[in-house]
Design a protein around this ligand. Structure first.
Ligand SMILES: C[C@](O)(CO)[C@H](O)COP(=O)(O)OP(=O)(O)OC[C@H]1O[C@@H](n2ccc(N)nc2=O)[C@H](O)[C@@H]1O
Ligand SMILES: Nc1ncnc2c1ncn2[C@@H]1O[C@H](COP(=O)(O)OP(=O)(O)OP(=O)(O)O)[C@@H](O)[C@H]1O
Length: 281
């Protein structure tokens, strides 16, 4: 059996870091949305045992393993099914970019392989297994716009965000998430005691954007600030770095306005640019 799935990218419309935990991770409060930029993940069940992953456009460090392979092995273990699994990932989402590409690939394999094997693992189990693979994986397993707390694994669905258009700009540097969290100097412990009032218009969304990691990444990669300024000059209502960066998204209220900025940004050597919209829940 062979099946193909789309694994979407995410953006963080806000990301507040609330404090450091004893295990070294950080408690966060984030508004997360899936967007229309995808990796393609093809999963095949094959006779030859073991898990093999082939992933175009991704060079892993020696000894490092594709997160999708770890997800597949976990589903095989939990299901008790003995079959071989071959995964091919056509990587379109920039890597180490703040767009959650690896996490989305892993979530797609957790959910997809569970379905293909008829393993019957319930959504709560899949979210919990996702959290063991990475802090962003539960969000993708859940597959809905969410207010995410804890390290990102406590998810509450959020409805009614405005139908914005996004221009994503990746300036072509890779940023390690671990490095960004390590360099974050928490000046005060934040508290987000209750759900915020979520934006209902593109104007409100532009005012809502905030990311505590942005200043850390900008200190190491000043290009991020340049990208933000450029997309704002080109008419974005607001702009923010996603996740730990370096990708920046500009918020536009029409497709035409976004496409006009996109055509200008395409001229910038070394920058990868994408037009995207939020995915429906
Ligand atoms: C920046 C975000 O992408 C925003 O959505 C996430 O907070 C990070 O999610 P992720 O890449 O799935 O994170 P992981 O692969 O679990 O962790 C990478 C590294 O980031 C740090 N990390 C991550 C998440 C979190 N809430 N606190 C942390 O301190 C840890 O040092 C960890 O070693
Ligand atoms: N399938 C995969 N896709 C991308 N990266 C992977 C994958 N498997 C392992 N990795 C490793 O994970 C690192 C982070 O990749 P990823 O693209 O998910 O980062 P990111 O978009 O910054 O994630 P996040 O937004 O969750 O912080 C890569 O540099 C790579 O070493």
């Amino acid at each position: 059996m062979v099946k193909e799935f789309l694994a979407p990218a995410k953006i963080n419309l806000c990301l507040h870091v609330l404090g450091k935990r004893p295990d070294g991770y950080h408690d966060v409060a984030m508004l997360m949305q899936r967007i229309s930029l995808y990796d393609r993940v093809r999963i095949a069940l094959v006779a030859e045992g073991g898990v093999r992953v082939n992933c175009s456009g991704l060079a892993l460090a020696p000894g490092e393993e594709n997160i999708a392979a770890r997800a597949a092995r976990r589903i095989l273990e939990l299901s008790g099914v003995s079959t071989g699994v071959e995964i091919h990932i056509d990587k379109q989402i920039p890597v180490a970019a703040g767009l959650g590409g690896g996490s989305s690939d892993a979530a797609t394999v957790l959910v997809g392989l569970n379905e293909m094997l008829g393993a019957g693992l319930d959504p709560v189990t899949l979210v919990a297994e996702g959290a063991k693979l990475g802090a962003d994986v539960p969000f993708f397993v859940n597959g809905r716009t969410a207010w995410a707390t804890g390290i990102g694994e406590c998810l509450q669905s959020v409805d009614g965000l405005p139908p914005a258009w996004y221009v994503l700009i990746n300036p072509g540097v890779a940023v390690s998430t671990a490095w960004v969290y390590q360099n974050l100097r928490l000046t005060s412990q934040g508290v987000v005691a209750k759900l915020p009032k979520f934006p209902r218009t593109v104007g409100e969304l532009a005012g809502f954007l905030a990311n505590d990691l942005e200043r850390v990444t900008i200190a190491g990669f000043p290009i991020v600030e340049e990208v933000k300024a450029r997309v704002l000059d080109l008419g974005a209502r607001g702009a923010l770095m996603s996740g730990s960066g370096p990708t920046v998204f500009g918020v536009f209220d029409s497709r035409d306005a976004a496409e006009s900025a996109l055509s200008q940004l395409r001229q910038m050597a070394g920058w990868r640019v994408f037009l995207a919209h939020p995915l429906e829940d």
